[in-house]
Design a protein around this ligand. Structure first.
Ligand code: ATP
Ligand code: MG
Length: 427
């Protein structure tokens, strides 16, 4: 036998036993988006490498070491499997001039690719729900997006404050950050002896990232570093204040975390994360913020924008950690079809049930009645629809409740079977 091939490391198969959780979650997301007036948008998985180099910043972790980039062997194009969703959505909005008629609110479900060290909650192909609002500048829409995430968490059964918590911060504007950055570099230079290897490397490339260091020995230094808040102007402070007021009014508890900087270069003003203590160091389930400069950076007109990305795998791990009961997807009816001759009558009848909205799994592959009933049982179906030769010769079909041991098998006319079954299921 030939050696069996395996999936690429860090990339997961989603098997039928797990896909029910995905679909349950996805249904809730679609419903949520409709209620908030966000429309679906989809862009290619592969983009020109330049999009991410320009969009995310050359010295971000993602661009430096996590991208799946390759040369198209046919024409030499430099391409990348998208490592995040926003750059592609913004590219598409610019390319198709979609903001011509005013602001837009969109969402996308995306597969993303990052060459990270795989572990629980961190994969090389992972998936996000991504939400973006283009063309809106105020803290109102920042608050709206944060609230969307709260609503979804609630509808998944997560308890705010216990299972998930909101952290917010403001990054101010580029000029304010530059002033802060200069003060920060001066401070870090004074303490160069206490910097770890990562931080030394970042001192002149991405010093803000040092504040994000997870190294415990770096914490005292980070705590005492110059604060961005002290470099913000009135407008930036007002934006942040506006957001806080809206969150307060909505009864949404949050912690201002001045060290929350996020990994990508393009953010300004509002940044936020929904975090959990239940997933170890993969504790961020949703992260987002404002990126008013990205449209211009990618060759578009100045356009304010805000968005978030939610890790679907992490949300599902959280559901699992909380032992959330997700309703299983089972057929309602299992059709037992003992003979080929019966199949010719069975198929059209089964189709009428399905057309009436009833889920029917049809037995395929023949076999004895006994073995078919075993399959029916294993399918989890509530009822069996039995196309026995005797019944069919009278123009009838059998019906049995598989989950009620005392139930007797009923016989019903084939004609009108779908209406009869639909009425029974409504009861
Ligand atoms: P982290 O700090 O955990 O690496 P990040 O800041 O890189 O996250 P973003 O790029 O903001 O994450 O993506 C938003 C969300 O996508 C994260 O909050 C997380 O839920 C999820 N996510 C990010 N990277 C991965 C990954 N490699 N595997 C699974 N989920 C991920
Ligand atoms: Mg990361």
């Amino acid at each position: 036998m030939a050696e069996a091939l395996k999936a690429v490391k860090g990339m997961n198969d989603i098997l039928p036993g797990e896909s029910g959780h995905w679909e349950w979650f996805e249904d809730k997301v679609r419903d949520l988006m409709a209620r908030y007036g966000y429309t679906n948008m989809r862009t290619p998985i592969v983009e020109p490498t330049a999009l991410f180099v320009r969009g995310l910043g050359e010295v971000t972790d993602i661009v430096e070491k996590e991208m799946y980039s390759f040369t198209d062997a046919m024409n030499g194009d430099q391409l990348t499997l998208r490592p995040e969703a926003t750059a592609g959505l913004v590219r598409a909005a610019i390319e198709h001039n979609t903001l011509h008629h005013g602001p837009m609110r969109v969402w996308s479900q995306v597969a993303l690719f990052r060459h990270e060290r795989p572990q629980k909650g961190r994969y090389r192909q992972f998936h996000q729900i991504d939400v973006e609002a283009f063309g809106l500048a105020g803290p109102d829409v920042d608050a709206e997006q944060i609230m969307m995430c709260r609503t979804l968490c609630r509808e998944l059964g997560f308890v705010e404050g216990r299972d998930v918590r909101l952290e917010i911060n403001t990054l101010g504007q580029p000029a304010e950050r530059a002033a802060h950055r200069a003060a920060l570099v001066a401070y870090l230079e004074q303490h160069a002896g206490n910097l770890d290897e990562d931080s030394k490397r970042r001192l002149y490339t991405n010093p803000l990232r040092i504040l994000d260091s997870k190294n415990p020995s770096m914490q005292p230094l980070v705590e005492a570093a110059p604060k961005l808040m002290d470099h913000l102007d009135e407008a930036s402070l007002a934006h942040f204040d506006g957001l806080r007021r809206l969150l307060d009014a909505a009864g949404l508890a949050y912690r201002v975390n001045p060290r929350l900087v996020r990994g990508l270069d393009y953010y300004n003003l509002t940044v936020f994360e929904w975090v959990t203590d239940l997933l170890g160091s993969q504790g961020t389930v949703c992260g987002g913020g404002r990126y008013d400069g990205l449209f211009e950076q990618l060759g578009g007109k100045p356009t304010p924008a805000v968005g978030w990305g939610m890790g679907i795998e992490r949300m599902l791990l959280l559901l699992e950690a909380l032992q959330t009961r997700v309703p299983a997807r089972r057929p309602t009816v299992y059709a037992v079809v003992p003979s080929i001759a019966a199949l010719e009558r069975a198929l059209p009848t089964i189709e009428t049930l399905r057309a009436a909205g009833i889920s029917v799994q049809m037995h395929a592959g023949g076999g004895s009645m006994k073995s078919q009933f075993r399959r029916a049982d294993a399918s989890g179906a509530r009822y069996a629809l039995i196309f026995g030769d005797d019944e069919l010769s009278r123009g009838e079909v059998g019906w049995k409740d598989l989950r009620d041991a005392s139930a007797v098998q009923l016989t019903q006319p084939l004609a009108g079977m779908a209406d009869w079954a639909a009425a029974l299921l409504r009861r």
